[in-house]
Ligand binder design. Structure first.
Ligand code: NZQ
Ligand code: ZN
Length: 392
């Protein structure tokens, strides 16, 4: 077990109709002039945005709004948001939507609170010293950005997708009403479940410092999301299943399922971020498409963890050699992806990258990570390319 810090300062307000507590929360955290930031229009169609504006109007809290955060949110809109915040004297950003709106809001918050180009933080050239406070009304259980220290932005030039982590951007509050996720297409629900599981699996498949209590939390979370993802496939209006998945999404990425370990593997995420940057795919689907090839490439180097995952999460029988059990666990995970209609390779994801594009993604991934990635197995640029090639 390694030493660790656990910091999860976000005030979570969870359950039916909790969005009605918005103005109390904004006041509690000192918001006087808000930027409401949202995505491509789902919050307009659902009526949620109007509900938010009506509440702010009747409480006399002033705001400006900026929509248009796309999946794999873009730097160009972040610049627009920063400019708007400066011009309007915004002191609090309210993200209404999924991970893309939240991440874009966090980036705007960094940009408005620091001098210079906000991309420098994502390019790891310098550290932010402040961030405007961010609050969230979540409409998609997936990224955990509502509690996480992370924000992922894509720069249009060169299609470079990069994450930046700092406690400064952790949301002050997160309103989570599972009912708000019921308008999601089944595909996005499944992408979300995949991402949630992957945030915990990235922390689980490591070669350093694992703790029993952390493993027990992680395995319980994985089993719960797996079961409820299957329920939602049959019954998307099931409130309890939506609630299980939504809370799991926050716990999967607020650090809880990584306490005591070496920080996690994160290779699947890093490999996927390059795919998302270049081909603009949904993050969760990209993860499902790359995971099996990654797992087969590394499982021998992290065998005891893959065996444990197979037995404790996927319910594989403990018969045969460890390698066989581990492989059956990987196959069972891929079967699960198929059951929730997630891809298990790049072709099923709908992309056919050329050799040159795969080499480009492997190169950008290696450069972005400072050379190598992974804990289950340390991967060089050559390994990254081999995993992309195996995932076609
Ligand atoms: O844009 P709108 O119109 O709102 O539509 C969105 C979008 O098309 C739609 N949607 C969201 N809530 C809905 C809804 N449609 C109907 N009803 C609702 N209730 O769903 C689509 C996807 O939304 P998006 O926010 O892009 O998805 P997600 O939450 O999966 O976020 C993905 C982004 O987050 C990053 C990913 O890389 C990707 O860029 N990540 C952020 C992390 C973090 N900050 O901690 C960690 C993750 O690993 C991830 O990398
Ligand atoms: Zn993710």
């Amino acid at each position: 077990m390694y030493n660790f810090k656990f910091y999860a300062p976000t005030k979570v307000v969870f359950g039916r109709n909790t969005e009605e507590q918005l103005t109390d929360l904004v006041r509690e955290f000192g918001g006087k002039k808000l930027l409401i930031h949202y995505g491509g229009g789902s919050v307009i169609r659902s009526g949620l945005l109007q509900k938010v504006k009506d509440q702010l109007d009747s409480s006399g809290i002033s705001y400006v709004s900026l929509g248009g955060a796309v999946p794999n949110p873009r730097l160009g809109l972040v610049y627009q948001g920063i400019e708007l915040c400066r011009r309007e004297g915004v002191d609090f950003i309210l993200a209404v939507g999924g991970g893309s709106a939240i991440d874009s809001a966090k980036a705007i918050g960094y940009g408005a609170a620091n001098e210079g180009d906000v991309w420098d933080f994502y390019d790891h050239k310098r550290q932010a010293s402040a961030c405007l406070p961010v609050g969230v009304i979540l409409t998609l259980a997936a990224t955990g950005s509502e509690m996480s220290d992370s924000s992922v932005i894509t720069r249009e030039e060169g299609l470079v997708k990069r994450g930046y982590n700092s406690d400064l951007c952790r949301p002050r509050f997160a309103i989570m009403n599972p009912e708000l996720t019921m308008t999601l297409p089944d595909y996005q629900t499944a992408c979300g479940c995949t991402d949630i599981m992957m945030h915990t699996m990235e922390r689980y498949f490591t070669n350093g410092g694992n703790m029993e209590i952390t493993d027990a939390l992680a395995e319980g979370l994985l089993r719960t999301v797996k079961e409820n993802a299957l329920i939602l496939r049959r019954d998307p209006g099931n409130y309890d299943a939506r609630a299980e998945v939504m809370w799991a999404g926050s716990l999967a990425h607020n650090g809880l399922t990584g306490c005591g370990s070496d920080g996690g593997d994160w290779a699947s995420h890093k490999l996927e971020h390059e795919i998302g940057g270049l081909f603009d795919v949904a993050h969760g689907a990209g993860l499902a498409a790359i995971w099996g090839s990654w797992a087969r490439y590394v499982y021998r180097d992290c065998l005891s963890r893959f065996r444990k995952f197979a037995v404790n999460v996927m319910g594989v029988a403990e018969t045969g050699f460890d390698e066989e059990i581990a492989l059956r666990g990987i196959e069972a995970m891929e079967d699960f992806y198929r059951q929730i209609h997630m891809p298990t390779n790049l072709h099923e994801l709908g992309i056919e990258p050329t050799e040159e594009q795969m080499a480009d993604m492997a190169h950008k991934c290696a450069v972005g990570a400072g050379g190598s990635i992974g804990s289950a197995r340390k991967l060089s640029e050559k390994d990254m390319l081999a995993i992309y090639q195996a995932s076609r």
